[in-house]
Design a binder for this molecule. Structure first.
Ligand code: SAH
Length: 374
């Protein structure tokens, strides 16, 4: 604690501590201040950042942690994202698809374990037509009317998103990956553009979905300025959910020799995001748990409030390999669920049986105003 004020005798904060106070009070910082904070934060100052993020999170969500049951239902993908282990040119990937029955069984099992949100995630697999996705979604909603269904199946035409919504899906995760167009091109093949990604995010929001965006921390070629672009994009877009986790290399991708994102950078950003979005749903991701055995616990303490136990059948888990070393690939759903509960209890938080809807103002939904992507 530096800079005792001679006039008042109170502790005047300086440098990064003052920046953190301002970030909490105003839910934002001017670009140069944010830049300095991200570049010069010491680990001691980071503790102060985490405490503030945790306090803000507690104002809105208490010590409750929401569970999302993750069902990785296909690892076929028509895309070729350079960072991703299930990209189409990875010939070594052992491809699988779950049947509609298997997906519904995963949900039944998850329901019995107290899960009230199911996240269907997969590669962009044209085998699953809009009609099939709609049938699966309405099957889940009919079987479990008190549950929410989240889709995370990539870019589709607006008409498809509208059909999914009508079928009963209410949430959609589509990380924007990076807001900077040049950086986006370095991470993706030419046919994928940030413009289309943002078109999708806008369509999803206008359709009525609770929308999640986000990016990897420490992705190849990422600079602090890219991260600032991401933060200010999300500040304008005001998503209901934000998914961030460290980039982790996969041995069968062009980025195999790139270093992983760090635990510290990820925790710093989780906390900054919590202070910028007090009511957002923010997961402590599997990737964070992969780079450090207590990564998810640290993520929760830095402001996250969601964890995503894996509900995929044990037989396919090892095949949904986006990156090397992914944890929980050998466990059964019941083990994942219990493990999560114990981990959270150990640090003084409790997992709750709830849909866990976003508190981000629902009046935002369906309007162009302030969406930042029009
Ligand atoms: N096909 C869907 C789901 C993608 S997987 C879609 O396009 O949205 C979900 C997220 O995993 C991606 O958005 C990406 O940010 C992340 N991911 C992919 N490869 C990764 C890697 N090597 N390290 C860390 N995260 C990765």
């Amino acid at each position: 604690m530096k800079g005792r004020d001679k006039m008042t005798g109170t502790l005047a904060r300086s440098g990064n501590l003052a920046r953190i106070d301002r970030l909490r009070a105003e839910s934002t910082l001017p670009r140069e201040e944010m830049r300095t904070l991200l570049l010069t934060l010491t680990e001691e100052e980071a503790q102060y950042l985490y405490e503030n993020a945790d306090a803000v999170r507690r104002q809105h969500y208490g010590r409750d942690v929401y569970l999302r049951g993750l069902i990785e239902f296909t690892n076929f993908c028509r895309n070729d994202c350079l960072y991703c282990g299930i990209r189409r040119s990875n010939r070594k990937a052992d491809r699988y698809r779950l049947s509609e029955e298997e997906i519904l069984e995963c949900c039944d099992r998850g329901y019995a374990l107290g899960l009230r949100t199911f996240v269907l995630q997969g590669g962009e697999d044209p085998f699953f037509t809009d009609k099939m996705i709609c049938r699966i979604v309405s099957g889940i909603r009919t079987g479990h009317p008190d549950c929410a269904v989240t889709l995370s199946i990539g870019e589709r035409p607006r008409k498809s998103y509208e059909a999914f919504f009508r079928a009963g899906a209410e949430r959609y995760l589509l990380r924007h990956e990076t807001f900077d167009p040049a950086h986006y091109r370095l991470l993706h093949p030419a046919e994928l553009t940030i413009e289309n990604r943002l078109r999708c995010l806008r369509d999803l929001r206008e359709t009525g979905f609770q929308v999640g965006c986000g990016m990897m921390v420490g992705s190849p070629f990422q600079t602090v300025d890219h991260v600032l672009e991401d933060l200010y994009f999300m500040e304008t877009f005001r998503p209901h959910m934000i998914g961030i986790g460290p980039f982790i290399p996969h041995a069968d991708t062009p980025f195999k020799d790139r270093p992983a994102g760090t635990l510290e950078d990820t925790l710093h950003l989780l906390a900054v995001i919590r202070l910028m979005h007090p009511r957002v749903l923010l997961p402590a991701t599997t990737a964070l748990g992969t780079i450090h055995p207590l990564g998810r616990e640290m993520g929760i303490r830095a402001g996250a409030n969601v964890v995503m136990p894996n509900l995929s059948p044990a037989g396919v888990r090892g095949k949904y390999m986006l990156y090397d070393g992914k944890i929980c690939t050998g466990d059964e759903a019941v083990q994942c669920r219990r493990c999560m509960q114990e981990r959270m209890a150990k640090i003084g938080y409790r997992v709750v049986v709830s849909r866990g809807d976003s508190l981000v103002d629902r009046r935002d939904r369906g309007t162009e105003k302030g969406s930042g992507v029009s």
